[in-house]
Design a protein around this ligand. Structure first.
Ligand code: NAD
Length: 541
C-alpha cells in the first residue's frame, strides 16, 4: 500500500530508428554485432536469482552462417523446474504485496534502458541469433518490447481504476490479486518482444513466473533477462529455464503450483499442453488460466477494384519480411483474373529486387530461416508444390543450406483453392496464390473464409467502399486482426491489440487490458458502514 495514488506516465510508441548510414545507432549496432559475434558465451539457467549450470548443453548457431556457434546454454530438466517452482512461490510472497506502482516502475525503467544503452545489444542478439534484418530487429527487439513495457503499466492502471459503484452506507471495491502459484511462460523463437512480454505481463500483475524461451532464441532471451535484472526485477520473480520443450513443459504443468500458462507458439504444441493440463486438473487447487496465441494461415484478398501497386507491395512485405516467419505472414492470396497478369509482373519486379544474405549487413532485407528443421519443413512444401499437378512455382523455389538456412522468396500459383499450400501454416517465405474468376467473387470469399483452420490475420485490398464493407462483414470470423488496404503483419502495441481465434489461439490480445485480465483473479470487497442489527423485514408487520 502506498500513501499516494500515482499516475503512470502516458505511454507513447517508441520511434523506429532508421539505422541509415551516418547515424549513431548504426555505429553502435555494428560495434555490438562485432562484439557478440567474437566468441561464444555460456548461458546458465537462473532460478531464484542464482545461476544454475546443469552441464547439459545446447548450442545457438547463427542461422545465416550455421557453422558459427554464438552461445552454449545449460538446459533445464524436471529437477530444475521443481526448484524454480519453489523459488517462484517464495518470491511471489513479497512481489505480490508490492504496490503496483513499484512493479510498474521495474518495467518502465527496463523500457528506458532498452530505448537507450541496451538497444544495440538486444538488436544485435536478435540479428545474429534469429537472423532478423536490421529493420526487423529494430521494430521487434527494440520498439515492440519497449512498447509492451510502457503500455502494460498503463493498461494495469486502467484495470485497477475500474471499480464497482457504492450506494449510500456501503463501500464496494475490487482488487486485482495475482494468481496463486506461478505462471508458466513459454515463448517462440520469432519475436524477441513476445519473449519479453510473455513473462513480464503476468509479473507486472504480481505473479511469479517460470519462463522457458525457445531454444533457438536463448541468446536474445538471456540479454532480456540481464536487462530486467538491471532494471531491478527481484530474484525469483522470473526464473529462466531454457531446455527441451516437452521436458520443461511437462514438469511445469505437473506442478501443483501451476496458476496459469502464457504461451505463444504453434497450435499443435498448445493443444498438447492444454490436454496435459486437463489430465492434471485434480492436482492443482484451482483452474489454471490458459492463454495461447498460436499459428496462422493469413490471407490477402484482392478485390477487382484494388490498388494493384499497393496490393503487390503488401504481399511482398507481408509474405517475405523476416523470411515469412511471422504468425501474421501473408501466406495465401486470392487475386482476380482481371488483375493477376499485372500483379504477377509487379511481384516479380519487387521480389527480384530483394537483397538476400547475411543480415548483419544493413543492406540486406532477407536472411535465413531459423534452423535445419525449419529449412527441411519448408523445403518439403516446395517439393510438394513441384510434385502436385495444378501447382506452378512462379518465383523463387530454391533452397541452399551450404552456408546458412536459405530459402528463396517463393510464389506458387495453384489451381486448387483447397490445396495443402492454401490450408497449412508453412512458416517460411512461401506465398500461394489462387486466381479467381471475377464473376465468381462470392465463391472466392467463401473459400477464403473457410479454407484454413486458423483465424489470425487477414487483409483485403479494394477501393470500392461497398466491397470493403461487404468483405469486412463476410470475413468477420476469419481473422482476429483484419486489415483494410494494408499488409496483414506489423501490429503495434497500443494501436492494434493482437491475437486470433479458431486454431490461432485464445485471442487474449497481447498488449491490451484483455491480456492483463487473465493474470489476475479479482477479489470483491463489500464494506457496510452501519450494518443492520435486526433479522426481520417491514412486510412482516
Ligand atoms: P513452437 O510451438 O515450436 O515452440 C514454441 C515454444 O514451445 C518453444 O519455447 C518450444 O521449446 C516450446 N515447446 C515445444 N514443445 C513443447 C512441449 N511439448 N511442451 C512445452 N513447450 C514446448 O513454435 P516456434 O517454432 O517457436 O514458433 C512458431 C510458431 O509460433 C508458429 O506456429 C507461429 O504461428 C506461432 N506464433 C504465434 C504468434 C501469435 O501471436 N499468434 C506469434 C508468434 C508465433
Amino acid at each position: 500500500m502506498s500513501n499516494g495514488s500515482f499516475s503512470i506516465p502516458p505511454p507513447r510508441n517508441e520511434p523506429i530508428l532508421s539505422h541509415a548510414p551516418g547515424t549513431p545507432e548504426r555505429a553502435a549496432l555494428l560495434a555490438r554485432l562485432a562484439e557478440l559475434a567474437r566468441a561464444p558465451i555460456e548461458i546458465p539457467l537462473v532460478i531464484g536469482g542464482r545461476e544454475v549450470r546443469t552441464g547439459r548443453l545446447g548450442e545457438i548457431r547463427c542461422p545465416h552462417r550455421h557453422g558459427q556457434v554464438l552461445a552454449r546454454f545449460h538446459q533445464a530438466g524436471p529437477a530444475e523446474v521443481q526448484l524454480a517452482a519453489e523459488a517462484a512461490v517464495a518470491a511471489r510472497r513479497e512481489w505480490s504485496t508490492l504496490p503496483p506502482s513499484e512493479r510498474a516502475s521495474v518495467l518502465l525503467k527496463a523500457a528506458d534502458l532498452l530505448a537507450g544503452p541496451w538497444r544495440a545489444t538486444l538488436n544485435a542478439a536478435t540479428i545474429l541469433g534469429q537472423s532478423k534484418s536490421v529493420q526487423q530487429a529494430e521494430i521487434d527487439s527494440a520498439c515492440e518490447t519497449i512498447d509492451f513495457w510502457r503500455w502494460n503499466p498503463h493498461f494495469m492502471a486502467r484495470l485497477l481504476a475500474d471499480q464497482p459503484i457504492s450506494p449510500p452506507g456501503v463501500w464496494n471495491r475490487t482488487e486485482c490479486r495475482p494468481l496463486e502459484g506461478f505462471v508458466l511462460a513459454v515463448s517462440p523463437f520469432n519475436f524477441t518482444s513476445i519473449a519479453a512480454n510473455l513473462p513480464t505481463a503476468p509479473a507486472l500483475m504480481g505473479n511469479a513466473v517460470l519462463w522457458k524461451p525457445a531454444s533457438t532464441a536463448v541468446l536474445s532471451g538471456w540479454h532480456l533477462l540481464q536487462l530486467l535484472t538491471a532494471a531491478g526485477l527481484p530474484p525469483g520473480v522470473i526464473n529462466f529455464l531454457p531446455g527441451p520443450g516437452a521436458a520443461v513443459g511437462d514438469a511445469a504443468l505437473a506442478s501443483p503450483h501451476l496458476g496459469g500458462l502464457h504461451f505463444t507458439g504453434s497450435t499443435g504444441v498448445f493443444n498438447g499442453m492444454w490436454r496435459t493440463v486437463a489430465a492434471n486438473l485434480e492436482r492443482y487447487g484451482r483452474y489454471p488460466r490458459l492463454v495461447g496465441e498460436t499459428g496462422g494461415k493469413d490471407f490477402v484478398f484482392v478485390h477487382p477494384s484494388a490498388d494493384l501497386e499497393a496490393a503487390a507491395a503488401a504481399l511482398v512485405r507481408g509474405a517475405f519480411e523476416y523470411q515469412g516467419q511471422k504468425c501474421s505472414a501473408a501466406s495465401r492470396a486470392y487475386v482476380p483474373r482481371s488483375l493477376w497478369p499485372r500483379l504477377e509482373e509487379r511481384l516479380a519486379a519487387l521480389v527480384g529486387a530483394l537483397t538476400v544474405g547475411e543480415v548483419e549487413d544493413p543492406k540486406v532485407f532477407f536472411g535465413a530461416v531459423i534452423d535445419q528443421a525449419a529449412f527441411k519443413r519448408i523445403q518439403g512444401y516446395l517439393d510438394l508444390a513441384r510434385a502436385t499437378p495444378g501447382h506452378r512455382v512462379r518465383l523463387g523455389g530454391g533452397a541452399d543450406a551450404s552456408r546458412g538456412w536459405f530459402i528463396q522468396p517463393t510464389v506458387v500459383v495453384t489451381d486448387d483453392p483447397r490445396s495443402r499450400l492454401m490450408q497449412e501454416e508453412i512458416f517460411g517465405p512461401v506465398l500461394t496464390v489462387w486466381v479467381y474468376e471475377d464473376a465468381r467473387l462470392d465463391e472466392a470469399v467463401d473459400l477464403c473464409e473457410s479454407t484454413s483452420p486458423y483465424a489470425l490475420t487477414g487483409a483485403v485490398f479494394a477501393r470500392d467502399r461497398a466491397a470493403v464493407a461487404g468483405l469486412s462483414r463476410r470475413l468477420v470470423d476469419a481473422a482476429g486482426n483484419f486489415y483494410v488496404n494494408d499488409k496483414p503483419t506489423g501490429a503495434v502495441v497500443g494501436q492494434q491489440p493482437f491475437g486470433g481465434a479458431r486454431g490461432s489461439g485464445t485471442n487474449d490480445k497481447a498488449g491490451s487490458m484483455a491480456n492483463l485480465m487473465r493474470w489476475t483473479s479479482l477479489r470483491t470487497v463489500k464494506e457496510t458502514f452501519d450494518p443492520p442489527h435486526q433479522v426481520g423485514y417491514p412486510h412482516q408487520g
